[in-house]
Design a protein around this ligand. Structure first.
Ligand code: OAD
Length: 251
């Protein structure tokens, strides 16, 4: 069997996980790939292989073509609702049970961590299941379906939009502050299924490293590497994380 499907876990990392008191985890689209959701930057299947971010994921794009943007997110919202959390999401739930302080920072908007059962989830880029008013920035639970696309805000008549962070927009302040504190104070930091190129989320890994945490990077691109307190593990998170949990807390 190849290492990818039966990963051997570095002993130092198994011990670091077993002994960790404060863990912070940053996840990206790759952790939901095994649930069936596309990532952004896969050259063949990634969302940005078929669409340009500036046509769909900016306030300017929404002003220019609100119907297109609304419908694109509506399709993704449906896809997210139809899939289930995978073994990687569930392994993080298991880790949270074992560790006194656990913060799961996600760039994903699919809500799969919460559906898996993770409790302390910080959503940096919002949640695709929520809708807010474009003009007032107020989240709404319900509105009248008049057939208009996008629907209209019942309060001000403005257009409704998904409650996600678009390029050029600020991250939710409280969420980002919590993420910074978790990254700066953890003893073990995981970066899972993210290309790590979108700021400011990407710099959380550097912050944790700078503050002395053990760093674990899991995705399909990194070459395997063990160098002091830095671990690069190449392979699907749905295989690597459960193997890591089994090694750290054998039944
Ligand atoms: P990307 O598509 O940039 O990166 C996905 C990463 O997941 C890559 O490093 C893959 O190698 C890895 N990957 C794929 N399948 C995997 C698997 N089964 N197990 C482990 N790793 C896997 O997605 P993000 O880094 O999440 O922002 O993208 C960051 C942000 O850019 C998104 O939140 C979104 C996007 O544009 C906004 O829309 C604002």
């Amino acid at each position: 069997m190849s290492e990818t499907f039966s990963p051997t876990m570095p002993l130092g990392l198994v011990e670091a996980l077993h002994n960790a008191r404060r863990i912070a985890v940053l996840t990206g689209a790759g952790i939901s790939a095994e649930s069936g959701l596309p990532t952004f930057r896969d050259p063949m299947t990634g969302l940005w292989a078929s669409y340009r971010p500036e046509e769909l994921a900016t306030p300017q794009a929404f002003r220019r073509n609100p119907r297109l943007v609304w419908e694109w997110y509506a399709k993704r919202r449906e896809m997210a609702a139809q899939v289930a959390p995978n073994a990687a999401h569930l392994a993080l739930v298991e880790i949270e049970r074992h560790v006194p302080a656990f913060t799961l920072i996600t760039q994903n908007v699919d809500g799969l961590h919460q559906r898996a059962g993770s409790h302390n989830v910080v959503e940096l880029h919002g949640n695709i299941a929520r809708t807010k008013c474009f003009d007032e920035d107020v989240v709404l639970d319900s509105w009248e379906g008049t057939g208009e696309v996008p629907p209209r805000c019942p309060r001000c008549g403005g257009m409704l939009r998904p409650d996600v962070v678009w390029f050029g927009e600020q991250l939710p302040e409280q969420a980002f502050q919590t993420a910074i504190e978790a990254a700066a104070n953890c003893d073990l930091f995981f970066s899972i299924g993210t290309s790590g190129i979108v700021e400011p989320a990407a710099s959380l890994t550097q912050l944790a490293r700078h503050m002395g945490a053990t760093i674990v990077i899991i995705n399909l691109e990194v070459a395997r590497l063990v160098e002091g307190k830095l671990y690069h593990l190449n392979g699907p998170a749905g295989k690597i994380l459960p193997a890591l949990v089994r090694a750290a807390w054998p039944q």
